[in-house]
Design a protein around this ligand. Structure first.
Ligand SMILES: Nc1ncnc2c1ncn2[C@@H]1O[C@H](COP(=O)(O)OP(=O)(O)OP(=O)(O)O)[C@@H](O)[C@H]1O
Ligand SMILES: [Mg+2]
Length: 315
């Protein structure tokens, strides 16, 4: 497992990571979320052994990252933020080089390198220098080097940054497949990614943990959880519909966006309004283009949690 105990990193007067403690177990895919500068990369670097903590410690599979760094590092695959170094090397040479550094030789080396070339679809660029690759391909080479030695722990800093939608999907599936027998920590700014691949999310703001929950629990914290959204054909109907919907017994409030002809109906605490809204729509003969029961909006929860933390921090 990964164990972080009071991890703290200061840069001069700035506390980039402030006393973070958490444990990640096999089978978990932990998503690190947080605004720019929150401390995600710094935390991942400390866990991967690339930056020493100012205080606190990290442990990988029982090995201290600082005191037993060889044993700890052997068990980690790390995708740093940005582009891989060794830009002047070809993709093929780079992957073979990394595999050798990771202790692979002979048939095993060939099998592993071929495996990651296949998984990350790199066959077409093997002889190209890394520095001449497009951003998405550089990212894929970075991912390939992180998993080439098949480590039990993966630390991936924004793994889908810069990938096209097909590759994003591919990499998320790859993470899902690897998750069965590994511990995976990813950072991301794509909130839908948390739903798609993570079993747990930690939100960091100003170096501190402000939420540690499953994606489902986070969605339930949204004011949109169990809200009903309707989209109608005629903009002229929106206001009248809102007035009628506000009259329903279980309805707390109704938001309207006239530009998109959309209404969102919020239930009173603990209530459910879908059946009543849909019955009202039928009885009035409203012509709907959309009628959706909302699960919750991650972006709204993220904004609320991280701005509340900023306000508290300033107080
Ligand atoms: N080597 C360094 N020297 C000085 N300050 C640093 C250094 N590395 C990081 N910082 C600062 O630490 C804070 C956290 O940075 P970090 O890169 O961990 O954030 P992040 O959450 O990964 O942000 P992003 O979403 O933009 O990637 C920032 O204020 C950053 O400027
Ligand atoms: Mg970062």
């Amino acid at each position: 497992m990964i164990r972080a105990e009071s991890l703290t990193r200061r840069y001069g007067p700035l506390t980039a990571v402030d006393n973070l403690s958490f444990i990640v177990q096999p089978g978990e895919v932990l998503g690190f979320l947080g605004p720019n500068g929150a401390g995600k990369t710094t935390t991942m670097r400390m866990i991967a052994g690339f930056v020493p903590p100012t205080s606190g410690r990290a442990e990988i599979c029982g090995y201290s990252v600082e005191e037993q760094s060889l044993e700890a590092r052997r068990r980690i695959g790390y995708l740093p933020e940005g582009a891989p170094s060794y830009g002047e090397m070809s993709v093929r040479d780079f992957l073979q080089f990394v595999a050798r550094v990771r202790g692979l030789r002979g048939d095993r080396l060939k099998v592993r390198v071929d495996d990651v070339i296949g998984r990350l679809e790199l066959a077409g660029v093997l002889d190209q220098r890394i520095e001449t690759l497009s951003k998405g391909f550089r990212r894929r080479v970075g991912l390939a080097q992180a998993i080439v030695h098949d480590p039990p722990v993966l630390i991936l800093d924004e793994p889908t940054d810069g990938l096209d939608p097909n590759q994003k999907h591919q990499v998320r599936q790859l993470i899902g497949t690897m998750a069965r027998d590994k511990i995976i920590v990813i950072s991301t700014h794509i909130l839908e990614e948390v739903d798609a691949v993570c079993t747990r999310a930690i939100i960091i703001a100003a170096g501190r943990i402000v939420a540690d929950k499953t994606p489902e629990q986070l969605a339930r914290d949204s004011r949109y959880h169990n809200a009903v959204t309707l989209r109608v054909e005629k903009a002229s109907l929106v206001r009248d519909m809102a007035a009628e919907l506000r009259g329903l017994e279980q309805v707390a409030s109704v938001d309207i966006v006239e530009a998109t002809r959309t209404l969102t109906v919020f239930p009173k605490a603990g209530a459910s309004v879908f059946a009543d809204v849909s019955a009202l729509a039928t009885s009035r003969g409203w012509s709907l283009q959309q009628l959706t029961l909302e699960n919750g909006r991650m972006d709204e929860v993220f904004r609320r949690i991280t701005t509340e933390a900023a306000t508290k921090g300033a107080a």
